[in-house]
Ligand binder design. Sequence first.
Ligand code: GTP
Ligand code: MG
Length: 262
Amino acid sequence: MDRVRDLSSSEDEEVIVVNAKTLIIGPCGAGKTSFIASVTGGDIERMDANKATQYVSHSVYAVEKHEGEVIPLDEGGASLTLPCAMNIQFLIWDVFGQDTNAQAVNPMLKRSTSLTLIVGDVTSEHILDVERSPLIPYRQIMTHTRQPVTNIPVPCLLVLNKIDLMPNGWLEKRKKQLDAFLSTHGFIACCATSAKKDRKSCRSVFDIAASKHIATINRHNPNMFDGDMEGTESSESEKLDIVTPVSEAKGGTSASGGGCAC
Ligand SMILES: Nc1nc2c(ncn2[C@@H]2O[C@H](COP(=O)(O)OP(=O)(O)OP(=O)(O)O)[C@@H](O)[C@H]2O)c(=O)[nH]1
Ligand SMILES: [Mg+2]
């Protein structure tokens, strides 16, 4: 477990830091690497358009949730008001894609995964077809993978990238088809993004992912905010990869904004 401490800050604000290994998978050329570059502030225009990822590429992106922020817990309207700030550190594994199957996503890569983003090129044929979508093998390969500790199946979030290539309102017109696709294949949410044209849409994916992850942790450990966690050797906290730095962690980037289709 990583311990994150910002000793340079004089503020005494408590921040809970959570690490979440996040797999980015999907067909080759869907824009996974461009999407991550957009999120982390890279210059998409200067990226080599023909450079496929060699096996896996790693990066980190942090989302900070502030004290008092309301986190939705379920569809029924239950919510959690954060009693202190949280910093969700997404430890990103961007895995190379394959055309016709998802065999690249082997058990080694899937180990200790907290969250999966399945990225598809929205211009691909049958992208939202419940039986023929090229994304189905990627969803299926995660079916039996479970989160560490909570032991729940790893939540999968759908990212429909290259939305800039579709006419305005394209996804809204397919809401019924999209809903059927999400429920049939068990996605927790869907976001439409443009790695090339709309950085905010890409970052909003991680904002949503952070809320979903906090809700999952809270469901598993409803007493997570009770007592003073600092310096404790709580085995539950250790296992959840939660750490409480002595003062506010820096470097986190809050993400918010549009792009989410549902
Ligand atoms: N128009 C448009 N093009 C995009 C977008 N995102 C990526 N691209 C282009 O799609 C191509 C493939 O992008 P990559 O990011 O390399 O795709 P990848 O999914 O990482 O591919 P692999 O590493 O081979 O699995 C590049 O030419 C990108 O410039 C987008 O949002 N809009
Ligand atoms: Mg790539």
